[in-house]
Design a protein around this ligand. Structure first.
Ligand code: ADP
Ligand code: ASP
Ligand code: MG
Length: 280
């Protein structure tokens, strides 16, 4: 079992969703796919949760995306149902990942894939301290996946979770990377791949700094420093999970791999020692 995480940039439009679906379809199965909300969707939902912006424009964006992908008509009622069911601010913010995964799942099924939709709210929980409750995640993740039966592809949501009282909540911004590594640990995955729109971790944001250089190999400490200094490409907490659970087995690589439609693996945390290099 491998975990592939795609961020908002990889599901930000119908074209990106189709390209990402191609990558998922040609991956080694079984695969658990962790998705973020469409780029910008979480910002719109946050505004909506504060009484600003409009629910209609969010529904329109997702419906138009589904239509461009040629999805069956019932996807529109699913989109409405997800939005209508949200009442608390956190439930509203959580809609982004519920919508993107619903669209991706429907698209993969329309392509004939054997894909299941797994609710992250059934396994991702945080404790009273707001930190992930790894024991519960470990126990529940397997059950949530098994409940759907055996499939090639399991699609689930990054970022969203339940708090200690069972209410819908979220991790911190950019938290889908963290979901992916937590899930990798919980399921004993072979590897966790974080896919995005730039070909690796750079010395600075390559979109802003022309002289930024790609870092071809990184130690955990370097990745940690980069993430904590604000390199948006990796959520800082996902490095800590990798360090805690995969130390001495893991590789973090900034190498370009599987280039297709501007999607890249920026890190691959792997149990497979053959493809690993060890760094303290
Ligand atoms: P995703 O939607 O895939 O989670 P993010 O937008 O969160 O992607 O992160 C990818 C973006 O991070 C890149 O498009 C890039 O502009 C930005 N970025 C910031 N700092 C760095 C860095 N040091 N190396 C690479 N990318 C960086
Ligand atoms: N959608 C969430 C955010 O925008 C989580 C993520 O993208 O990882 O912060
Ligand atoms: Mg991100």
């Amino acid at each position: 079992m491998i975990i592939m995480k795609f961020g908002g940039t990889s599901v930000g439009s119908a074209e990106r969703i189709a390209a990402t679906a191609d990558i998922i379809l040609s991956a080694k199965h079984p695969v658990v796919v962790v998705l973020s909300a469409m780029s910008g969707a979480t910002n719109s939902l946050l505004a909506l949760s504060e009484g600003k912006g409009s629910q209609d424009s969010i529904i329109e964006r997702h419906t138009a995306t589904a239509e461009s992908l040629g999805l069956p008509k019932n996807i529109c009622s699913k989109i409405h149902a997800i939005m209508d069911a949200a009442s608390t601010p956190s439930e509203i913010v959580a809609c982004g990942e519920l919508l993107s995964t619903t669209i991706m799942h429907s698209y993969l099924c329309s392509k004939g894939a054997d894909a299941a939709w797994v609710p992250a709210l059934d396994f991702m929980s945080v404790g009273t301290d707001g930190e992930p409750d790894t024991k519960t995640i470990k126990r529940s993740a397997k059950t949530a996946i098994e409940k759907t039966g055996q499939h090639d592809i399991y699609i689930t949501q990054g970022f969203i979770c339940r708090d200690s009282s069972g209410a819908v909540s979220t991790l911190s911004r950019g938290g889908s990377d963290y979901t992916a590594t937590l899930l990798g640990e919980a399921l004993g995955a072979e590897s966790v791949q974080i896919w995005t729109d730039v070909d690796g971790v750079y010395t600075a944001d390559p979109r802003r700094v022309q002289t930024a250089r790609r870092i071809p190999k990184m130690s955990y400490a370097q990745a940690n420093t980069a993430a904590r200094r604000g390199a948006k490409i990796l959520h800082p907490d996902c490095i800590s999970v990798a360090m805690a659970y995969y130390a001495y087995f893991a590789a973090i690589a900034g190498f370009k791999r599987g280039y297709r439609h501007e999607s890249f693996v920026v890190i691959e945390i792997s149990y497979n020692s053959a493809s690993c290099f060890r760094m303290e």
